[in-house]
Design a protein around this ligand. Structure first.
Ligand code: SF4
Ligand code: SF4
Length: 437
């Protein structure tokens, strides 16, 4: 089954659905793995597509996890889930198989961060700048694992569950076709209930600002969150980096509030955002700015800062600059240990929500029944890490749902792409545009 599953998953275009879109068939070739963790933590406030997936598709997730565990020859498959998600816990518990167990977690942000999660579940710390493989672990999001099971059932990755929430008429979680525009997805909830808003693609903490509502839903879209333009997390996203540096120079008091809550710093990785803020404020060259590579961009330092600063934004800018100048993240495999105050400095989800005015918004959505077949989809040829897929259809071709339209260029890292609706290919650029029949 091992080689077989790798090929099945590759042909179905499965990629990491919870984040960067790393091609799953490559992850399935990892060696010396002891634990496969199914990440069902979903620690972003307001999102609950993963919770609904685990509640309604527990059998599929357990089957998918078992197939991955067997392929990797791992000792155990562990589904990590928050205790508070009682319905999903119940659904999974009643269907467990030998070699698969649940690991229940507290409602702490960002519990779903891969490195935090590995420590919580196994007690192992991924070395700074290391990978989960360094400690014998592979982590997959539950949405990815569901797609692995679908691949085994012969279904390629063409649709996904997306929570659409925030200031919308009826917050919902819907099964949407890849390539549907964000605008149409929002319309399905009845639309925005405020005039001045922005959309985050992902959760409120780590989602990216949507600059064009015509952009499509992709394999990595877990949620769309509408927030008012004066929301602190939107202001942070929209603020220009030069403005943030100016602010840091004038108001950063080196209080270390950001470093005290930084989850990567608390794991023992050498990330101290207050030092990075000092370095950029005073143009200090003596500090090792490659530490910015250790930042997961979780945004907790914004929570920790009473001066309205965002070390995260500075870290993002430093990483961009370092990459541009060819400065790479230095592999550091040293063993580290967590900060002795770690357990007292963790931030409960509720406190985070209170700080960012999210507590009054709906926290649970129901799974919408409506099947969406749009008139047009724009399916990106790149929804994953690696190189874009090569189109294997041409303008004028008729395609069916699930038909492959993009292939992985020979010998490259990438993922296959499939049609999410039946129709005619009307344009090909960075996307395959399909007009529904
Ligand atoms: S960025 Fe904010 S929290 Fe961090 S040291 Fe400066 S003032 Fe303190
Ligand atoms: S975003 Fe802030 S809190 Fe999160 S890892 Fe980066 S520096 Fe630390």
């Amino acid at each position: 089954m091992a080689a077989n599953l790798i090929e099945i998953v590759k042909q179905a275009g499965v990629v990491g659905a919870g984040g960067a879109g790393f091609p799953t068939h490559v992850k399935l070739q990892s060696q010396n793995i002891e634990y496969v963790i199914a990440n069902g933590v979903e620690c972003e406030p307001l999102l609950n597509a993963d919770r609904l997936l685990m509640t309604h598709y527990a059998v599929e997730i357990i089957q998918g996890l078992k197939a991955i565990k067997d392929t990797l020859g791992a000792k155990e498959g562990i589904i990590a889930i928050k205790k508070k998600n009682t319905e999903a816990v119940k659904a999974l518990e009643s269907r467990l198989q030998p070699g698969i167990r649940l690991h229940l977690l507290e409602d702490i942000y960002p519990m779903g961060d891969e490195q935090v999660l590995i420590y919580e579940v196994t007690g192992r710390i991924v070395p700074p700048a290391g990978l989960p493989l360094d400690v014998g672990v592979v982590v997959n999001n539950v949405a990815t694992i569901y797609q692995v099971d679908q691949a085994i059932q012969g279904q390629p990755f063409t649709h996904r569950l997306v929570t659409i929430t925030g200031y919308v008429k009826t917050p919902l979680t819907l099964r949407l076709p890849i390539g549907l525009s964000i605008k149409e997805a929002i319309q399905m909830t009845g639309g925005a209930i405020i005039d001045q808003y922005r959309v985050l693609n992902g959760g409120p903490m780590m989602g990216g600002l949507v600059t064009n509502l015509e952009e499509p839903i992709t394999k990595t879209t877990s949620g769309l969150v509408l927030l008012p333009t004066d929301h602190p997390l939107i202001i942070e996203q929209e603020m220009d980096i030069q403005q943030m540096i100016k602010r840091a120079k004038s108001v950063c008091c080196r209080c270390e509030g950001c470093s005290q809550v930084c989850p990567r710093g608390l794991l023992g990785h050498g990330l101290k955002p207050h030092l990075i803020m000092r370095a950029v404020s005073y143009n200090l060259a003596d500090l090792n700015l490659t530490a910015s590579y250790l930042c997961s961009e979780c945004g907790l330092c914004i929570y920790g800062c009473d001066m309205g600063l965002s070390p995260r934004k500075i870290n993002q800018a430093i990483k961009t600059e370092l990459r541009k100048n060819g400065v790479r993240n230095q592999p550091d495999r040293s063993r580290v240990k967590p900060h002795e105050m770690r357990q007292y400095r963790q931030i409960p989800g509720k406190r985070l929500e209170g700080r960012f005015r999210l507590q009054e918004l709906p926290h649970k959505t129901s799974l919408g029944e409506r099947v969406m077949i749009p008139k047009m989809v724009r399916i990106p040829l790149q929804q994953h890490l690696g190189v874009p897929a090569q189109p294997i259809v041409k303008i004028g071709d008729q395609v069916n749902v699930g038909q492959q339209i993009g292939q992985i260029p020979e010998g490259q890292l990438g993922a296959t792409v499939h049609a999410s609706i039946a129709g005619k290919v009307v344009q090909i650029d960075d996307y395959v545009h399909i007009q529904g029949s």
